[in-house]
Design a protein around this ligand. Sequence first.
Ligand code: 5CA
Length: 437
Amino acid sequence: MRLSQYFLPTLKENPTEAQIVSHRLMLRAGLVRQTSAGIYAWLPMGYRVLRKIEQIVREGQDEAGAQEVLMPTIQPAELWQQSGRYEVYGKEMLRIKDRHEREMLYGPTNEEMITDIFRTSVKTYRDVPKNLYHIQWKFRDEVRPRFGVMRGREFLMKDAYSFDLTKEGARISYQKMFLSYLRIFARMGLQAIPMQADTGPIGGDMSHEFIILAETGESGVFCHPDWIKTDPLKEPVGYNDDLNPFFEKYTSLYAATDEKHKPGAAGIPDSELLQARGIEVGHIFYFGTKYSQPLGAKVTGPNGDLITLEMGSYGIGVSRLVGAIIEACHDEAGIIWPEAVAPYKVGLLNLKANDAAATKICDEIYTMLQQAGVEVLYDDRDERAGTKFADCDLVGLPWQIIGGRGLDKGMVELKNRKSGERTEISIEDALNKVIGK
Ligand code: 5CA
């Protein structure tokens, strides 16, 4: 993409309404625009990141055996009246009446709807277990929407729902999601730590929050220093294996938010615990028959008796992750995208945009990168070098190829955004480096 033609409305000044760094940087880097309190429009660059995150989540869930569906955002009130949550949910639920005065709502979550779909479609034990998920916008009329997309009113969530015949089956489904979550976050370049959690309005008696560490996180956390050594991508375990040992390993290592922290409970002296701040990017729940019972989601068992299904639900804050990743990955100059979610892998800077010979060489580099399938943002604008450097650092692409004085000798600078390391190398070497990675 040529920057001269791109819709990238960056801001030079810090927007005054933004209190935290990710919100400031998302506005300054032209990723989103607020359209009402807690509601955002995603601009081209931000939308690319959102889609990348969504795709990593999708692949991670598919691999764990979950199947993707798409449920609507608008739901009928009846289902929530049946589950008993219509009143309980209170003012956080956006209630709507259609032209026939029928009560509807904009879904804050989908337990009722998926249970309804399941109960009308599945009749026998042979049809379970199943895990269905979707990636869909939610609406929660938060009292205080803040921190940009981190606590929005409209936000994109991946929510999965598992149905099992027995408690033991439900535990296996839960463990699969637990593993899938650790892998999904690790693939985004994040270390997420599962912590025991309250279940809030979703309910149930087993629940973990997945928290990533970031200095500016909303919650204080305490965790065992060995968490740093864990790497879920290296765990030699598959979804059809017995997941108990893995689950045991990852749940026995102490980690708790400050609300749940019990001094002396960590198995090591409290002074050795890592104290940090964190952001909740995912939350999983096992709640048994809380919804299947009132909604009548039952199947006939092997002996012909009716069995009420055991359920769990599993959420990931897809749009929150965009902000959370920035909280975890930035410096004074701007965003530092982990490669897996970067909107473009390479920024190509033509510092001599008014020089025909230099521009010809940069155009060729651009074409070669595109032909090699590398996502590249080409700063072909007629702007000062300082502006180009600042913009490229701000938007945070992992690699910068800087074409300036050396171009006529076939040389460019290759800069790594994260380490800040800059090396002068031949165009060929620069291409090999970014294409090879
Ligand atoms: N039905 C369950 C799981 S599918 C559920 O709704 N869980 S939740 O309430 O914990 O939300 C799941 C994830 O959505 C959270 O972990 C968080 O990352 C994200 N989330 C929740 N509220 C917001 C919000 N207001 N803005 C942005 N993301 C949010």
